[in-house]
Design a protein around this ligand. Structure first.
Ligand SMILES: *Cc1c(COP(=O)(O)O)cnc(C)c1O
Length: 352
């Protein structure tokens, strides 16, 4: 067959999903704890008969629950099938000027994939030596939009709210997207700034802090004019996105604030212990505000070797073959038991 009509694109590659029952999976930043028991209840009580009908066209019940949770009107909320769906729609809807969209050179690699898919020009801005994002590099630069993950991935490093605000207020002609996938684990959110800046879009997900990666729920908050633009693009592709069970489970999750806070607290406590133990083993560990750490092994063993040796034991962490970070590992915070098993395996590799 003639292949000229086919789109040739290099897709995003997510962390592997091996099927071993004994595996310790620390490679895709999933939450090691289950979602709220109220989500379990909602799942048990779900009426399968209702699947006969299409779901709410604007994800209504979940949209309302999130609007109330964040103290915004429902017109400020857009809900999608995971935040990847929200981000892809935002890229398509908001970055059409032809001018380059700016994002950090080391960040969530999906940004680059969507830019290529939608023929968006980009300009990648290097991180500073210490892996922080340099706000000044995003100011006074001709651009068609800006995307920043805060905390950044895969570095885990957070940016101060005041620095992000400086970027937003010096780029009022263009949309600034702040991807807060990990913000619940310690970053400073800029959600309240949506009230002051009509060029700001804040993106969130249920996949990490709400333990609902499998339900595929993401959303963004922005002023109603921007939300209408995003909705028009979404409604030009697929009118019904989040399905009925996801909507009900999502609403149940939002209602259980106590469980949400308690789970985050456990993950953060384990993260601090993980970072300390890795440092004792000689790793360089970047200051993490996320549910993972980014760490460089001590001299004498490479990140690839650690990755491969751990995989032999069915312990999976993430390694990126990307210049500048190819001797680092991204390790998701698991349960204390999982982290102890991983640490003792690493200790054995280092003969410690
Ligand atoms: C995990 C992640 C997402 C996407 O998560 P979804 O599961 O699609 O909601 C988006 N941005 C960053 C930086 C992430 O790490």
């Amino acid at each position: 067959m003639n292949q000229d009509n086919f789109r040739k694109i290099t897709p995003y590659v997510p962390g592997i999903q091996p099927g071993f029952s004994d595996m310790i999976k620390l490679n895709t930043n999933e939450n090691p704890y289950p979602p709220s028991p109220m989500v379990g209840e909602a799942s048990k009580n779900f009426d399968a008969g209702s699947l006969r009908l299409y779901p709410s066209v604007d994800v209504g019940p979940l949209r309302d629950a999130l609007a109330e949770y964040h103290g915004y009107d429902r017109e400020c909320m857009f809900i999608g099938v995971g935040s990847d769906d929200v981000l892809a729609t935002v890229f398509q809807a908001c970055f059409n000027s032809g001018r380059p969209v700016l994002f950090p050179e080391i960040t969530y690699s999906f940004y680059e994939v969507w830019a290529r898919l939608y023929n968006i020009n980009t300009c990648k801005i290097p991180l500073k030596e210490d892996f922080t994002i340099d706000a000044d590099a995003y100011i006074g630069v001709d651009n068609g939009g800006i995307v920043i993950a805060n905390p950044n991935a895969p570095t885990s490093v957070a940016m101060a709210k005041s620095e992000i605000e400086r970027i937003i207020k010096n780029n009022t002609d263009n949309v600034v997207v702040i991807d807060e996938a990990y913000v619940d684990f310690g970053g400073e959110s800029v959600i309240d700034l949506v009230k002051s800046y009509d060029n700001l879009i804040v993106v969130r997900t249920f996949s990490k802090s709400r333990s609902l990666a499998g339900a595929r729920i993401g959303y963004c908050v922005a002023n109603p004019a921007l939300i209408s633009v995003i909705e028009a693009v979404r409604n030009s592709i697929n009118s019904y996105t989040d399905n009925r069970p996801a909507i009900e489970l999502g609403v149940a999750s939002v209602k259980d604030e106590d469980y949400f806070r308690a789970t985050i607290k456990k993950v953060v406590a384990t993260r601090e212990r993980l970072a300390d133990e890795l440092k004792k083993l000689g790793f360089r560990v970047l200051p993490s505000s996320a549910n993972f750490v980014f760490a460089q092994p001590p001299a004498g063993i490479s990140a690839v070797e650690v990755y491969e040796e751990l995989a032999k034991k069915h312990i999976y962490v993430r390694h990126f073959n990307i210049k500048g970070i190819d001797n680092y590992l991204r390790i998701t915070v698991g349960t204390d038991e999982q982290i102890d098993t991983m640490l003792s395996e690493v200790g054995r590799l280092l003969n410690k």
